[in-house]
Design a protein around this ligand. Structure first.
Ligand SMILES: Nc1nc2c(ncn2[C@@H]2O[C@H](COP(=O)(O)OP(=O)(O)OP(=O)(O)O)[C@@H](O)[C@H]2O)c(=O)[nH]1
Ligand SMILES: [Mg+2]
Length: 367
């Protein structure tokens, strides 16, 4: 099961109660108060874990609860602090507090992410975020003695642990994202360039959830590439698998539009590209400003050559890499180009500046 958005409830542990006790020992008359403090309740902590790729484990554990601190005891013994509850989440998990409203007054809607800012964004491996703080322990009666009150019976209760409802959403972190129609060959391509093994089949919507492949270059350089389910026209209206998966490419530095250059399904690749650009723009206009290339796939098929010429004529400035994922042609060239491109982080800004908003819009919305 793949879960990339889930609501969870969390409750940190309460602090333990302070103790009321008096020292009783032979030859020590009126030993005085000796009640210890309560222990601290456990925190509920989210930890970004490299080996977790989705939020499915939370589906089975929708209430994240840390243990309470132990009560204080006599002889000034403090109660034991409770261990923290550590919850592993994938790197790229974004956290919202449930109940935060956007301007339209709606709650926890998909549109929420653009309206209110999240309380946490775990982008680095092992990064932690305390979702709920455990309560402090209460004070034992030793703390209440004074010259006038030598036998205090006061103590304090432990604080309650914080609790709340949260929305956790995974936004995959990868260097490049593959965007394309179903059957364009995205998964075949990912298998070629990385060690990932997404399923490949001659029917649409083979890929049902995002998958990340690691591409290895010389000198141990590497890049991550995300394969997401195929997009179709009208995806922004939730046609097909919907555009919910587009959020997984919102953090990619480079978008690779994978086209079926042979038009094997009766579509035209230039139009495919325009439709895809438009869907991206309708999903989030900022995403359509992101640097992008075209991977012209299925070049082994006869009609592809002609379509490639037409595509290059329509997008003369654009980087177009012809490949055949199936026949393993052009793959090394693509990897090399990716390596050079991803090595230079400042290119992002320059390239983004090159694409004027006007280009992105006409480009995406023509026809
Ligand atoms: N002739 C030819 N066929 C290819 C090429 N690349 C992929 N295919 C075929 O196209 C079909 C779909 O490939 P997938 O890799 O599953 O396509 P996808 O884009 O991941 O599709 P979804 O996951 O459904 O969105 C398979 O039958 C592949 O064998 C290619 O370069 N040439
Ligand atoms: Mg696929």
């Amino acid at each position: 099961m793949f879960v990339d958005r889930i609501k969870v409830s969390a409750k940190a542990g309460d602090g333990g109660r302070g103790c009321v006790s008096f020292r009783r020992e032979k030859f020590v008359p009126r030993g005085g108060p000796d009640g210890g403090d309560g222990g601290k309740g456990g925190d509920v902590i989210l930890r970004a874990d490299e080996h977790t790729d989705n939020l499915a484990s939370l589906f089975y554990e929708p209430l994240l609860k840390a243990k309470n601190g132990a009560h204080g005891q006599g002889k000034q013994m403090h109660g034991r602090g409770a261990p923290d509850k550590i919850v592993k989440v994938p790197v790229g998990t974004v956290v919202w507090e449930e109940g935060m409203k956007d301007e339209g007054g709606r709650m926890n809607d998909e549109s929420l992410h653009s309206a209110v800012s999240p309380i946490a964004d775990l982008t680095r491996p092992n990064e932690e975020f305390i979702l709920c703080h455990g309560g402090k322990g209460g004070k034992g009666n030793v703390h209440f003695k004074s010259s006038r009150n030598r036998a205090p019976r006061q103590y304090s209760e432990g604080e309650e642990g914080e609790e709340g409802d949260f929305i956790l959403e995974l936004r995959t972190i990868a260097d490049a994202g593959l965007v394309g129609y179903p059957n364009a060959g995205k998964s075949t391509l990912l298998r070629r360039i990385s060690a990932a093994h997404p399923k490949v089949a001659p029917y649409p919507f083979t890929t049902l959830h995002p998958m990340i492949g690691v591409v290895e270059f010389d000198d141990y350089r590497r890049a991550t590439v995300a394969d997401i389910p195929g997009l179709i026209e009208g995806a922004h209206q939730n046609l097909g698998l919907g555009h919910a998966f587009l959020r997984h490419i919102t953090r990619c530095r480079l978008l690779l539009f994978v086209l079926d250059m042979a038009g094997s399904e009766g579509r035209n690749p230039v139009e495919d590209l325009q439709h895809l650009r438009r869907e991206i723009d309708l999903y989030d206009p900022r995403l359509s400003l992101r640097p992008w290339w075209v991977v012209a796939n299925k070049m082994d098929l006869p009609e592809a050559g002609e379509n490639l010429t037409a595509l290059r004529r329509r997008y003369p400035e654009r980087e177009v890499v012809p490949v055949s994922a199936k026949e393993n042609e052009g793959i090394e060239e693509l990897k090399h180009a990716l390596d050079l491109r991803l090595l230079a982080p400042d290119l992002d800004r320059r390239e983004a500046a090159l694409v004027s908003p006007a280009e992105a819009v006409t480009d995406g919305k023509s026809e």
